[in-house]
Design a protein around this ligand. Structure first.
Ligand code: ATP
Ligand code: MG
Length: 583
């Protein structure tokens, strides 16, 4: 692969799918839906768009998912096989008496049965709610309660370690479908052996006649800022899954796509399952956890062309160094995107150096159901910016006033708001309708994130509304400070908080994790202070800095600044159900 300079790489957009659709077409709400089929008898169903219609056409034998097991074993499901298996799963739900709209929860690693269950349940008209396999029993129980889960799909190991002890407390949970070795499943009481039943059940080929506004997916938010919310999405979301993936991820029919997100959070569902299927692509699914050497090997061996990952993974790869990337043949790769947290400009530059490609940041939330703002293939990247709103998405930077909202101009910082009405918009927070309503002011959905927009329409992330620091009259976004420190060669990761201070109101404190080969010392800390002051000025640069072994993160890889703050101040930690680790 040629080694482009940073400027070449980010200034020369490649012609993507974006220019093919005019804004007027999108505003009319027609264009994306034209690419969908709709149910033959009327209505819309995600599983039909994703699998059933393809299995009846030329894509029948194309590989939909190639699963890479922990021990490098490979399993594949073609569109035709996924159609058959999902029809069997739907048949099983019918036998069990599961009605449309009832909730099917999933608690498993990235194994084929999980994907079959998602599509089978949607096909049946049930609502799918995926959980992280690594959750402990309490978060599992809390979510099953909120969603009144009737069915749970899990593995024998997870059943034994987590579900068995909470089952008696979940009266709504009628059926537990377990994947595992037959002898192991046979030893469990009150469960169904999923593999055995799928092999004998009568497939139910017809697709439930769901309407666009019928509920389809229940996703819990990451819990970064507080107690997770149960965001309910409808079948219509598929319209945006498809359109946004084509534009923001530049997906074309022959792509081999790897979305590294777990289906336990919304990225792994919208872009790890639904969008690539609707577009008829082949996706790679890796069951194993992050490992730099393994990931580079997968990119090379699977000839991945489009890769969608997260800043936390990018930072871990950066930590390992560029050599590991250079040892592999990454020549098939042509587009890389990232979501979930701010992508430091340093990471965009690293992409060009290590992968030969810049990383395209994009922004969205569980609530938006799909990508809203993106650096698309068809536009120059501004490193550090999340990009521009996708066609049909109207963004405003706002401030709440007693009268409603004031809409701010270019360069001004305020809350990032979206005009309501895009297809994949959350329709409620389950059991928390009032909290949901509070997200809206008139026609505008307020995201809880602060941002500014430049004169070219690019949106720049400032921080979570809760995380912004007020120091001596300056409002400081943690992202800006973190990005500056990330440029120092010793720094692997940074989390920045505002620490209450009698004089300055808050002072900026940075928690820094170092790259291997660097040690904490007075000298290094002084160097980091000076480094930050030079880039940020003394008003914004951190006044306190602590070197830590790792930072607290959610299971979806987000730095939990509220936890850094609570710990610093000796306050209660609040909801930690999604906390992964401190490293
Ligand atoms: P909770 O709402 O429970 O606190 P959460 O907001 O972290 O959790 P998600 O919906 O998974 O849950 O994450 C969406 C949030 O992630 C966004 O609101 C934003 O703060 C952050 N985010 C996502 N993508 C980006 C990005 N490209 N740049 C900056 N921040 C991002
Ligand atoms: Mg949120």
């Amino acid at each position: 692969m040629a080694d482009p300079t940073l400027d070449e790489a980010i200034q020369k957009p490649t012609p993507g799918l974006l220019p093919n659709l005019s804004l007027a077409e999108l505003d009319a709400g027609e264009a994306p839906l034209e690419e969908l089929s709709g149910l033959p008898g009327g209505g819309l169903n995600i599983a039909y768009e994703a699998v059933v219609r393809h299995a009846a056409g030329p894509l029948r034998d194309r590989v939909a998912f190639r699963f890479l097991g922990r021990k490098d074993e490979v399993a594949e499901l073609s569109y035709g096989q996924l159609d058959e298996q999902s029809a069997r799963f739907a048949g099983l739900l019918a036998e069990l008496g599961v009605a449309r709209g009832e909730r099917v929860f999933l608690l498993a690693g990235r194994i084929p049965e999980l994907y079959v269950a998602v599509l089978g349940a949607l096909r049946h008209g049930a609502v799918v709610s995926p959980l992280f396999a690594a959750f402990g029993p309490e978060p599992i129980q809390a979510r099953l309660e909120i969603g009144a889960g009737k069915v749970l799909v899990t593995t024998s190991a997870l059943y034994k370690s987590k579900v068995k002890k909470i089952r008696a407390a979940l009266p709504a949970l009628e059926h537990v479908l377990v994947v595992g070795e037959p002898e192991k499943v046979a030893k469990l009481e009150g469960v169904v052996d999923l593999r055995a039943r799928l092999a004998e059940v009568e497939p139910r080929r017809e697709v439930a006649p769901t309407q666009p506004e019928d509920p389809a997916l229940l996703h819990f938010t990451s819990g970064t800022t507080g107690k997770p919310k149960g965001a309910l999405h409808v079948h219509q979301a598929v319209q945006w899954h498809r359109a946004s993936a084509a534009w923001a991820l530049d997906l074309h029919p022959d792509d081999v796509f790897w979305c590294t997100a777990d289906p336990g959070w919304v990225t792994g569902m919208s872009y790890g399952i639904v969008a690539p299927l609707v577009l008829g692509l082949t996706s790679i699914v890796d069951e194993a956890d992050f490992n730099a050497e393994r990931w580079y090997r997968i990119l090379a061996e699977q000839r991945v062309t489009v890769w969608y990952t997260a800043p936390t993974a990018v930072r871990m790869l950066m930590k390992v160094g560029d050599e590991a990337a250079r040892e592999q043949d990454l020549s098939a790769l042509r587009f890389v995107a990232s979501v979930g947290e701010p992508l430091n400009p340093e990471a965009v530059r690293w992409g060009v150096e290590a992968l030969g490609l810049p990383i395209h940041d994009n922004w969205w939330q569980t609530e938006t159901g799909g990508i809203m703002i993106a650096n698309t293939a068809a536009m120059p990247i501004k490193p550090g910016s999340m990009g521009r709103p996708l066609p049909g998405i109207e963004v405003s930077i706002v401030r709440k006033t007693p009268e409603g909202l004031s809409h701010l101009g270019a360069g001004e910082e305020g809350e990032l708001a979206l005009r309501r009405g895009w297809p994949s918009m959350v329709r409620t927070y389950l059991n928390e309708e009032e909290r949901y309503q509070r997200c809206f002011v008139g026609e505008w959905y307020l995201s809880g994130d602060l941002a500014r927009r430049d004169a070219d329409g690019y949106v720049w992330f400032v921080g979570r509304a809760d995380d912004v620091i007020n120091t001596s009259g300056h409002l400081v976004g943690p992202f800006e400070v973190e990005s500056a420190l990330m440029e120092h060669p010793a720094v692997a990761e940074v989390g920045v908080i505002g620490k209450p201070d009698p004089v300055a109101m808050e002072l900026v404190k940075a928690f820094v994790a170092l790259k291997p080969g660097h040690e904490d010392s007075d000298e290094l800390r002084q160097e980091l202070f000076a480094f930050a002051r030079k880039r940020l000025g003394s008003a914004v640069a951190p006044k306190e800095l602590e070197v830590v072994a790792g930072l607290p993160k959610t299971r979806s890889g987000k730095i939990m600044r509220r936890l850094l703050k609570a710990r610093e101040l000796g306050l209660p930690e609040g909801d930690t159900s999604t906390l992964e680790s401190d490293g």
